[in-house]
Design a protein around this ligand. Sequence first.
Ligand SMILES: *Cc1c(COP(=O)(O)O)cnc(C)c1O
Length: 364
Amino acid sequence: MKSLPVAEPDLRGNESKYVMECLESTWISSLGKYISAFEEKFSSYCSVKYGVSTYNGTVALQLALAALNIKEGDEVIVPALTFIATANAVTYLGAKPVFVDADRKTWNMDVNKIKEKITDKTKAIIPVHLYGHPCDMDPILELAQQYNLYVIEDVAEAHGAEYKGKKLGSLGTIGCFSFYGNKIITTGEGGMCVTNDEKLAERMRFLKDHGMTEQYYHPEIGFNFRMTNLQAAIGVAQLERINELIATKIKHAKLYKELLSSVKGITFQPEESYAKSVFWLHSILIEDDFRCNRDALMKELKDAGIDSRPFFIPMNELPPYRQEGFPVASELSRKGMNLPSSTLLTDEDIKRVCSVIAGNPKTL
Ligand SMILES: *Cc1c(COP(=O)(O)O)cnc(C)c1O
């Protein structure tokens, strides 16, 4: 039987055609028509005016923070339960990531626990829309306004998802995306910052290209965070199919829920009334009354040729950031797992996964 991966990019559109065009024209580095096309098309897809491409999502976060002049001595509020890149981007600038515990229901940052973390040093909040589900943005935006903080959305896992009808990435000061191979759309490696603020967009363009104003004049120390035309060519092709890819994710989420609805001890990330989720990774919690524990289930799946993945280990449990006081993030991390989530899966593949989870292959 074929093995099922957790993620696999879906490159069945114009990807190879556009990449070949780059090769044939020799425009393979960080100049070329696909870069500006991808920036314009993707930012417009997000209902945001400006897009600044980068070579991955981690440096997109770093670029956004640098453009907002976040530096040593500053504090930035981030969720405890996220991928480490969110926290590391803050650390790279010499600032301190200050963690907020997860919300048991939504798995995102608990908006009721942000205020207590704000100090005189706090400069920004980075909400992460975990596994494709939007954070509750209104309370975050209200706090940011009240305390004069920037909001940098980490949208690495939620391209196209919506909060109260608005595309994610358009709600904060800057939205940061990743186009890594397993994300909603991919460029291999890649990232983008989107913003409605023209000055900030210019500042990010300046910083990501060695802080250069005119040829070889560098008034400041910048970075080389540039995306290549090859990456952007893949991005343009992926963007042509983003609605179809998301529709498949949503269809698969429904099928997983339906097939596992009668299995006791499994919890899905609920879709809140304010949210349109894009179900980046189909994820479940294995509760204590399930027939086995999370790790045992992952092994059963592996034996059946099905790949799965545990949740992120929360920042509070990792050596660089270890600290006490994040019980919900730790609990979710212990119980949570991601199921096969590629848009290349068939309904039969998903039925196969669910039958192993249910522990009774014949009934599904
Ligand atoms: C993937 C991811 C990133 C980083 O993106 P890369 O392109 O891999 O550098 C940042 N934050 C979150 C939440 C992610 O899932």
